[in-house]
Design a binder for this molecule. Structure first.
Ligand code: 6R9
Length: 602
């Protein structure tokens, strides 16, 4: 077979030009044989892999930390924190459990109770782990925010989430939140890490001191269906969507951390994702801690030399990262990889964007083993498709459904989305491209889009959850990613909603209209590019272009457009919406397709 598929990013994904990689796993994988495990696996079985809690209770913090303490592993290192500017620190499972309980007491002291939402806007730090687990310990709902967001995305998420408490640092508070405090009536308390807390906030130290007299609270009596996590994610239109996950999600976090990441208790595991995105929470905090490993976390940004040193010096055995980072490592050359002793590294795993086959092949040189892809989404909460250890890797394919997950590719209608007639879907045959869908019922499936029941309902049809991704499945059940069915942008593994970027640029007085697309980029997969129509009488200039870039950067932070082009005649549908698809086709020099709904420009 030698099929080629053109993805929505215009890239061609070869599927038959690379050898199947059949490297024997360096250690017998916990999953055993994928096919055999798929036949016998049930989510009830996986529930039994967790520690029993009294009655019908289930609490993520209990399963992540207290469980290890109860099992006599309290002195094992839970998290090792690296920071370019601070000494390396460690917390054992017992220390982390104590600190989480202490933070739960702080929350109670500040009037934050079960079900209330708590956000962090923090670098990867001990306080972030303590706040995340302490929030769950308290039965409150944890909502991580990405620290590189600008004030716009931060304020909008605090507002939409009706967030009660924010934990952040002084600079972030002053630059991103303080001014908008009056517009955030639900935000009753802000804790800042520094001792000199600005007005309207309380310092981490003072908050702890106030809670000192209080008894160490027991883990909250949460049930499997109680909300635990709120992750904001982006769609094509409208405001960010708050995907709500419940405590039962931990069953899937744990089962996949075992079966896909192959985490044994003695592993040293590094997940490079920031907890501000779903990967950094599901697999940077929860999944690995439920497996009892030592989690390595680094506050510093990407730097090839530093990353290889971390892998070597911390003796990392399992490494979970993203294709953009792998491509940057590739770019830094094989010599740099070879100059480090990576012999402890047993399993390298990737997520978040298409993993190009070249990167998989490069892994065999740099790490001595192929890179294993995983596919999932904020909505799925945990890995759904993967090249699990022991399964032959077909470079360019994401692998096969993990045990307990049923996948289908559904035929598409004219709008590019799955076609459902009278509640019936039509499934594609082998190698036919359609919308990737999952059969509901896995434990970490999102239970709601916060306050948007219609949007939630629209994500399901004919008995399937529709992912919004296009894919095909080959005759052997391997899933191949083709592209997105919508206009959402993936840049360096981060999901960006074009609407959020467009509406922010529209706030600039010189701008009359904006269309935003993901422009293919060899390193980041896509970068954000904005096409801007200027207000009447405003002349385009290089100075204005630069001003708009800075304006975007200042308000949006890391999700701001990297490129801006002026376009006096943006294409519109008859209903007046900017046609991003056409902008993208033009940018790529592709055929513009059916333009019958495009409005004539005068
Ligand atoms: C975990 C995460 C989800 C979207 C998803 C898809 C893209 C994720 C991928 C992949 C190709 C993979 N995506 N994994 N594309 N190959 N292995 O990334 O969640 O931020 O919600 O993004 O990311 O388009 O639909 P999220």
């Amino acid at each position: 077979m030698n099929t080629t598929t053109t993805s929505s990013t215009g890239r061609t994904t070869p599927s038959g030009d690379y050898p199947v990689l059949n490297h024997p796993p360096a250690r017998p994988p916990l999953i055993g044989d994928h096919a055999e495990r798929t036949r016998t696996f049930t989510w009830d079985e996986a529930r039994g892999w967790l520690a029993a809690e009294p009655g019908e209770r289930l609490n993520i913090a209990y399963q992540a930390v207290q469980r290890q303490v109860d099992a006599g592993r309290g002195s094992a290192v839970a998290v090792r924190f690296l920071d370019r500017t601070a000494p390396r620190t460690e917390l054992t499972y017992a220390e982390l459990a104590d600190a989480a309980a202490g933070f739960a007491a702080v929350l109670t002291g500040l009037g934050v109770g079960p079900g209330d939402r708590v956000c962090t806007l923090l670098p990867r730090s001990p306080e972030l782990f303590v706040a995340a687990l302490g929030t769950l310990w308290n039965g409150s709902v944890y909502c991580p925010l990405f620290p590189a967001f600008g004030p716009g995305p931060v304020r909008q998420r605090l507002d939409l989430g009706h967030v009660r408490l924010l934990v952040t640092d002084r600079a972030s508070y002053e630059r991103k939140v303080a001014e908008a405090r009056d517009d955030l009536p639900h935000l009753s308390a802000v804790v800042v890490l520094e001792d000199d807390a600005p007005p309207g906030t309380v310092s981490w130290r003072d908050a702890q001191t106030r809670a000192e007299g209080l008894p160490r609270p027991p883990v909250a009596e949460t049930g499997p269906e109680d909300p635990a996590l709120l992750h904001f994610t982006s769609g094509t239109t409208g405001r960010p969507k708050g995907a709500v996950h419940v405590h039962e999600a931990v069953v899937a976090h744990h089962a996949t951390a075992r079966m896909v990441l192959d985490l044994h208790e003695d592993d040293v595991y590094w997940c490079t994702a920031d907890p501000g995105w779903v990967t950094g929470t599901s697999y940077g905090i929860i999944g690995p801690l439920t497996c009892g490993v030592t989690v390595v976390t680094d506050a510093a940004d990407f730097d090839a030399r530093r990353w290889y040193s971390v892998l070597q010096d911390e003796q990392v055995t399992v490494f979970y990262t993203a294709p953009t980072a792998l491509r940057m490592l590739m770019r830094s050359g094989a010599d740099l990889a070879r100059a480090h002793d990576l012999s402890r590294l047993r399993h390298v795993v990737s997520v978040g964007e298409p993993l190009n086959p070249e990167a998989v092949m490069w892994g065999t040189e740099a790490f001595g083993r192929p890179i294993h892809d995983t596919w999932w989404q904020t909505e799925t909460g945990a890995i759904m498709i993967s090249n699990v250890p022991g399964m032959p890797v077909r470079p360019g394919s994401m692998g096969r459904p993990v045990p307990g997950v049923e996948v289908a590719v559904l035929a598409r209608g004219d709008d590019g989305r799955a076609l459902v007639r009278d509640g019936e879907v039509q499934r594609c045959g082998p190698d036919e491209v359609g919308e990737l869908a999952l059969r509901p019922g896995w434990p970490s499936m999102f239970r709601a889009y916060l306050d948007q029941p219609e949007r939630y309902a629209a994500a399901f049809s004919g008995g399937w959850y529709l992912s919004g991704d296009l894919a095909r499945v080959d005759a052997d059940g391997y899933v191949w990613f083709v592209g997105r069915a919508d206009d959402v942008i993936k840049s360096a593994g981060h999901l960006i909603g074009p609407f959020e970027v467009e509406s922010t640029l529209m706030e600039h007085p010189s701008v009359s209209e904006v269309g935003v697309i993901g422009k293919p980029d060899p390193l980041a997969g896509e970068i954000v590019k904005a096409f801007v129509t200027l207000a009447p009488g405003v002349e385009p200039s290089e100075a204005l272009r630069r001003e708009l870039i800075v304006f975007g950067r200042h308000r949006l932070g890391s999700v701001a457009p990297r490129e801006i082009a002026f376009d006096p005649h943006l294409p519109h549908t008859r209903s007046g919406k900017v046609m991003r698809r056409l902008l993208k086709a033009r940018e790529l020099g592709l055929p513009e397709g059916d333009t019958s709904t495009v409005e004539e420009t005068p």
